[in-house]
Every structure is written in structure tokens, then in C-alpha cells.
Write a protein that binds this ligand. Sequence first.
Ligand code: OAD
Length: 239
Amino acid sequence: MLDKALIQKLRESKSIVVFTGAGISAESGVPTFRDAQTGLWANFKAEELATRAAFRKNPKMVWEWYAMRRAMILDVKPNAGHYAIAEMEKRRDVLLVTQNVDSLHSVAGSKSVLELHGNIFRTKCFMNNEIIDSWSDEEIPPRCPNCGSHLRPDVVWFGEDLSDGAISKTEEAIDRCDIFITIGTSGLVYPAAELPFYARKAGAFTIEINTEPTPFSDYASCSLRGKSGEILPQFLSAM
Ligand code: OAD
């Protein structure tokens, strides 16, 4: 149950920035990054596979890790949390900023989505970052049809910069919003992890939804402990 003050805030809100991490997709069956990996990948940490150095050292292994994750995502559906955010967009001015690369927000119907860390279903050239739509599957990883370099997923790896303007666009939306909701993120990966703190400084009412405490919990105007798929539908009812 949400408390009365929170219900009032949600009811009065006009402009909302929603910021999501892997936790929003957990109830769909997508493992979070801090979950231990299973099967073939049990001995690896995500942080060890999602780097340019890992790809240079073993491009086949990294490509296959992403292929496994793409296949797993194609097998799951958005959950009540994704759908609640998509519905929110019909009632309020919402910018959804996600660290997830799984597309589940778009599948659920969200239109105004900024994918901070890219999209696992897009592919680009390792050498010059050009987005590539078709290639021959003779080799793993496949080769860029234009320059012959390896292809890689269009996601942001550790040590790489976010796409141009992604953070400033988010900060501009935060400057205008009255509520900032951070959902299912451990808040350990920068620069994304700074956004809740930026929102607090900018004067937004900050709400956190997470099953566990995070470094932001003590700073949030309201920190809710629980599953996003259960809490977000209550937010909609309050609106
Ligand atoms: P993490 O795996 O670090 O954190 C997931 C968070 O979701 C944790 O804080 C969990 O407590 C919480 N959680 C789990 N189930 C939940 C549920 N049902 N409802 C609400 N919260 C739940 O994932 P991120 O914070 O998204 O970056 O990770 C950030 C970035 O690190 C990722 O985008 C990725 C990763 O390495 C790159 O690949 C660049």
C-alpha cells in the first residue's frame, strides 16, 4: 500500500522521468547483471565479457554470449512493471531512460525511450561503429560487409562513452520534471548512477523502487522496497 503523501504527489505530477535498470526485467525472467551467470557462462562475470579488450581477445566468445542473451530475451515478455510505465506515458509527460538493452520497454508500448546503454538487437562495426543491418553468417562473429572488421552488438561496454548527448538530454528532462523514479538499478555503473543524485539536486521528488537497498536509498525522497511489477501498477492507480 502506498502512503497518502506519495499518492498525492503522484496524482499532482505532470512531468516524470523514469529511470530503469535490469531489475525491471527480472520478473520477465531476464537475469540481472549482479545475478550469478549460469550454464556455460557460470565462470564469467558480465564485466569481464562486456569490454573491448574481451572482444579483441576472444571475439567468438563475446559474440556467442550476446547471441545467448538475445535468444533468451526473445523468449520472454514484458511484465506488469513495463506495461505500467507504458501506460503512464499516456497520462503524463514521461521520459523513460533505461540502462537495459533488451527492448522490453518498447515491446510493452513505451514510445519515449532513451536507451543509455544501446540495444542488443542492433549490430555495428567494431572498427568504425557504423550500424549494419545485414551480413553473411559464414563466420562467428560475422564480418562487416563494408570494411571486413568484426561486427559487434550496439551496446555500451565498460570503459566506453555513452552516445552523444544522452546524459545532457536526460538532465534537461530532469530539470523540467516534478518526479524522478529510479527502478531496479544497483546504482553501481557510472555515469548512469549519477542521475538519481542529479535529480535530487535539481529539486525533483525522487522515488526509488528496488527489492534491495542501494547507494541512493538514503537520499531518495521515498524509497520503496519491493518488486517493480507489483509496485508500479499501484502508481498507476494512484494517478
Ligand atoms: P544490476 O544487476 O546491477 O542491478 C539490478 C537491481 O535490480 C538490483 O539493485 C536488484 O536489487 C534490483 N531488482 C531485482 N529484481 C527486482 C524487481 N523485481 N523489482 C525491483 N528491483 C529489482 O543492474 P543495473 O543496475 O541495471 O551496463 O546495471 C547497470 C549496468 O551494469 C547495466 O546496464 C550494464 C551492467 O553491466 C552495461 O552493460 C554498460
